[in-house]
Design a protein around this ligand. Sequence first.
Ligand code: NAG
Ligand code: NAG
Ligand code: NAG
Ligand code: NAG
Ligand code: NAG
Ligand code: NAG
Length: 646
Amino acid sequence: MEFLSGLLSCSLWPLLCTSLCKQYNHIRKLNEHKEILQNELERLKSRGNDINDELNRGRLQHGKNPKNEVTLWLEDWQKLVSAIESMDTKNGNGMCLRGLCPNCYSRLKQSKCVEKLINGVKGLLENGRFSDGLFAASLSENQDGLPATDIHGSTAERKRDEILQCIRDPEVSKIGVYGMGGVGKTTIMTNIYNQLKETREFDIVIWVTFSSFFNLEKLQDMIAKELGCNLSEISRAKMLYAAFRRRRNFLIIFDDMWDKVSLGDVGIPEPNRENRSKIVWTTRSIRICNSMESQREIKVEGLFKEEAWSLFKDKVGGEDVISLEIEPIAKEVAEECGGLPLALITVGRALRKTYQLEVWRSALQELRSSSTDQIEGMEEEVFRRLKFSYNRLSNDKVRECFLYCALYPEDEVIIIDEQLIKLWVAEGLIVEVGSWEREKDKGHAILKELKDACMIESVGEYFVKMHDLIRDLAINITREQPHFIVKARLLLKESPKEEEWAESLERVSLMDNNIETLHGQPNCPRLMTLFLQQNRNLNNISHTFFKHMHNLRVLNLSQTYIESVPDALSDLTNLHALLLGSCHMLKCLPSLAKLHKLRFLDLQRVPLEEVPHGFEYLVQLRYLDISGGERLRSFPSGILSNLTNL
Ligand SMILES: *[C@@H]1O[C@H](CO)[C@@H](O)[C@H](O)[C@H]1NC(C)=O
Ligand SMILES: *[C@@H]1O[C@H](CO)[C@@H](O)[C@H](O)[C@H]1NC(C)=O
Ligand SMILES: *[C@@H]1O[C@H](CO)[C@@H](O)[C@H](O)[C@H]1NC(C)=O
Ligand SMILES: *[C@@H]1O[C@H](CO)[C@@H](O)[C@H](O)[C@H]1NC(C)=O
Ligand SMILES: *[C@@H]1O[C@H](CO)[C@@H](O)[C@H](O)[C@H]1NC(C)=O
Ligand SMILES: *[C@@H]1O[C@H](CO)[C@@H](O)[C@H](O)[C@H]1NC(C)=O
């Protein structure tokens, strides 16, 4: 065909002569256009990828849905990108739609076609700004409410009704709900939240989970998202205020407050009687209620003895476990839990299906004896009971897996297969058997034990999360032995000081902060895990930073701004997982030749310019992701064929 058309144009030469110059111009223009198209395409692709990332995060962590226009845009994006990418590059003069450009004449068409595509890409980029946010406004979104656990016992039900009554009382606009950790405040409030969302009594109902730190801007962002408004940098509070005023009224629930918040600073109008707007917060401390000037304080207390007993009995496995012999001791164990649902559930689960009297006796002993060293602080009290459940986990591996989950930020939804289990394998917490399916089964078995013990909660089928108090417990346990640093999502600008990088450290999580520089030369010969991902401005790692971390097995630097990784990486011979996904600036890697143990290598969307040196020696590599790294496409097949475990 090519040959034939070439022949044809030859014989028509005289006729075409005059148009030759034109054609020449077209060819030149075509090449220029193709280059423009390539550049625009790169921009378009990264825009789409960024949007997809954000959508995923919103979906996973907050159950949010994208706006229709965003979904439509992404469909167009997909179509356009794949149309352009499927264009043929093989005939020397570059791209043309498959089979459509056998001769000069069609170059003209091609040029037109490329021009059209450029306009298409530009248009799509233009439409893809979504300055109002990607997610559907809260009126239509979140109708299904928060995942709520059941309220246990009539005490809690009465509390719920009391709070609801307060919320509906026109005289009251600020309500403080307080009580110790684990007593069930959040459970009660999620039930209320879901109910009020459904009844539409309020124009808008907003839920804000505080963590143990407070940041004004973050709080404003969270609220702005719910209101579906756009905050500029300067007058954030004013804009929020205006957005609130556009509503008839509002209900805001602040869950787990630790510090006073000034409504004016945030941009929340003072709730007034006429509009019937309300603010409700939960806190562990009545101090907060006073400083927030609540008009009503409601204390959530533990369950009554009878209720506590019935909840405990239920968790232990019912009547057939509690023989007449065991009953009195079991009752005392339940009493040790002080009416806290969380403690009753976890301790109860720890003793599930225990039929031996001696085990019950020693359990009671254990719960009581640890109480002697408690002096102050309610948390101490709760920890003591929760720690009991931790100690009762079946073995050290399970305990380690449990502690591992605390490396993620508070309230984080953790992906089971893609994150936890993969990392547990990389860490050696799950013994490798070579079959991913079987390893996954083992991981799920561990998770099942943790879930059964209520040490971790399911979020749908694919995710888990930790109750904040249980996470606190895990962090408390890891202060000494095993020794962790967990400073995840705390808005840190600086990495921990040199002296904090103790020799005894085993795992460190600094994920999702604003750290820009990692300097020094921490001496951490036992360190196995280092989470640095989502420090989006991190771009300066001193070349000695990894020098004394020879035991490192998992390193996640995903979503950082690094342009290179220090050469010391080459000597981390114990590395099992190297995760660099979405490091958009990373162009090259030091030699990987000595990383014989590497199992997982994530280079998703990393614009590496060439295959890393020593790649062929990664003989244990089982999982490799290079999608979205355009320049790596031409992976020499010889190299891959030697990596037989992939
Ligand atoms: C949203 O905010 C950005 C700046 O933060 C501004 O450029 C844009 O025009 C705003 N969009 C709307 C609809 O207000
Ligand atoms: C409350 O009522 C006033 C007067 O009717 C109105 O201007 C305001 O926008 C309403 N909403 C809020 C949230 O204050
Ligand atoms: C590494 O961090 C990124 C960014 O948070 C995350 O998406 C990815 O799942 C992490 N990798 C693993 C294996 O946990
Ligand atoms: C946590 O652990 C430390 C030392 O291991 C202890 O001093 C502290 O009281 C514990 N409890 C809390 C609530 O931090
Ligand atoms: C990286 O940090 C070090 C020490 O903080 C500083 O001296 C150096 O200039 C920084 N390099 C870059 C490229 O910012
Ligand atoms: C790949 O394997 C073949 C045969 O086992 C071997 O001859 C070759 O040197 C290997 N290539 C690399 C790059 O290791």
